[in-house]
Design a protein around this ligand. Structure first.
Ligand SMILES: [Zn+2]
Length: 507
């Protein structure tokens, strides 16, 4: 953990701060109330939004709601055409079971989704090899034997016919030795196999770029499927299971692995973008970007919302309705100012965050204004829970935005909110929300984040657990910070070492 250095020096208050003394500022900040916050949060975290999965009807409804609010506040549209919505394409992939499987020796194909299931790996894979290695113990996982080979792993199961944890370690251990593919041979029970089958054949949503044909996979086959074929090449599976592991065995068998998806197109997902033009003729060409993700993990039917009881909707009240509502409140507050900020402001609510930061990546690669004119990104993800007087702000040490925040924070003791440094550096949260797509393209960022909780990604992440009083104080702090950044004479600057690591080296 890094040491927090909060330098608060009255002498460094910039002339821009004086603008915050304007009566319009107090009025604008005053529009950010707990009652308004929780009312808005109740709309997008409602069961009718069905957990705002990407893509889904609930997500589209949420984006449309944000767009209507942006329009009502008088923002300019920053999406497609003259709209506030920016849509990015997606595709749905489903395994083509007739074309997918494993063939040994040019013989009959073991069908994927039937004789072969996938434990891990891409939807698309084409692999031909004549280097097959069979291993059955940890000692046999040597890179010089396994690298680029198709590795069969004799995998143990427990009394219930499930792969044991030692078995999984063996499978992933072989994978990590850079095997071209890993095929576990496991005598799993029918009920377990049925679950694997469902997972293997389930549709997945992906972004449109060419998926990794060169990707690597861990597949599972059952003893009965492979024992005869392996016996013809001198490998006795029953004997290997009965005796303690020996040396890895190299078999000279041509093998083909094919995973081919059926693809449906026409799917897409929304970001919502509203722009407030700055008041300074020069500086209005620079933009401060406020962002939050409006998507969440949907319902238990998709396997990402971890439901256990009768409630199957992951409402995502904290993750990240809490930040999304913050962005909407900020948009309202900034449009209520008597004097426009000198720089322009982009209010952005993205989707696909939970899928892998898709919406912010699309926005950063298809921006309404050049990325190098974006001077800062302030991102809010999960700001509605935990301690009442503290908010963690990740990324403070990487640019002078940290010092700006400390100064603004000190100037507003009435908020009773202290912005502290990242207290979980090992979790690498800096790389795990939408601000990262700005940071890696050279935009200095700050990430407001209150930490996780037992309801994280569960149906219990409910509106009732949100502390709207606290959240609205955080939004006010972000408002004052944004005003300071938008009015400052100079744009924010990276700390050179951070720039080298995050932007140039990407780590
Ligand atoms: Zn999340």
């Amino acid at each position: 953990m890094r040491i927090a250095i909060l330098l608060v020096a009255a002498s460094v208050i910039s002339p821009a701060s004086l603008l915050t003394q304007d009566g319009g500022v107090a009025n604008a900040a005053g529009s950010i109330t707990p009652a308004d916050y929780i009312r808005r949060l109740g709309i997008i975290a409602h069961d009718s939004m069905a957990g705002r999965d990407t893509p889904s009807r609930g997500l589209d409804l949420t984006a449309a709601w944000v767009a209507r609010e942006f329009e009502r506040f008088g923002l300019a549209p920053g999406g497609d055409g003259e709209s506030f919505i920016q849509r990015y394409p997606l595709r749905e992939l489903r395994l083509d079971v007739a074309q997918s499987g494993i063939s040994l020796d040019g013989g009959t194909m073991w069908r994927a989704g039937q004789d072969v299931v996938k434990l891990f790996g891409p939807t698309e894979l084409e692999l031909e090899s004549d280097r097959v290695v069979v291993v059955s113990g940890q000692d046999e996982l040597r890179r010089e034997d396994l690298e680029q080979a198709v590795v069969f792993v004799v995998t143990p199961t427990d009394g219930d016919g499930r792969i044991t944890s030692a078995g999984r370690r063996l499978l992933f251990g072989a994978f990590r030795q850079n095997a071209a593919a890993v095929i576990g041979i496991a005598d799993v029970a029918d009920s377990v196999w049925a679950r694997y089958e469902r997972r293997t054949t389930r549709a997945t949503i992906a972004r449109p770029e060419p998926s990794g044909r060169a990707g690597r996979a861990i597949l599972i086959v059952r003893d009965a499927t492979v024992s005869d074929a392996l016996a013809r090449h001198g490998f006795d599976l029953a004997a290997a299971r009965a005796t303690s592991p020996g040396a890895a065995q190299v078999l000279d068998i041509p093998i083909t692995i094919t995973l081919r998806p059926l693809e449906s197109e026409g799917l897409s997902a929304p970001n919502t973008v509203g722009i407030l033009e700055g008041g300074d003729p020069q500086l209005k060409n620079e933009y401060v970007v406020f962002s939050a993700h409006m998507d969440h993990v949907g319902t238990s039917s998709n396997g990402r919302c971890q439901a256990a009881g009768a409630d199957t909707i992951c409402n995502g009240a904290d993750d990240d309705a809490s930040g999304t509502v913050g962005i909407v409140q900020l948009a309202r507050a900034f449009t209520l100012l008597n004097t426009r900020p000198r720089r322009s402001i982009i209010f952005l609510t993205v989707s696909g965050e939970e899928r892998g930061l898709w919406g912010s990546d699309y926005f950063a690669t298809h921006p309404p204004v050049p990325v190098d004119q974006m001077v800062a990104n302030v991102n809010a993800d999960m700001i509605g829970r935990n301690w009442t007087d503290t908010v963690v702000v990740i990324g403070k040490e990487h640019s002078d935005l940290g010092a700006t925040l400390s100064r603004v924070n000190a100037a507003h003791p009435e908020l009773n909110m202290t912005a502290i440094d990242d207290i979980w550096p090992n979790e690498r949260f800096y790389f795990r929300s939408d601000h990262y797509n700005f940071a890696r393209r050279g935009v200095p960022v700050l990430f407001f984040f209150n930490g996780t909780h037992p309801q994280y990604h569960r149906p219990t992440d409910h509106v009732e657990l949100i502390d709207e009083e606290k959240a609205s104080r955080i939004v006010k702090l972000v408002f004052y910070l944004g005003l300071e950044i938008a009015n400052a004479a100079e744009r924010p600057k990276w700390n050179p070492e951070s720039y080298r690591q995050i932007v140039e080296e990407g780590r």
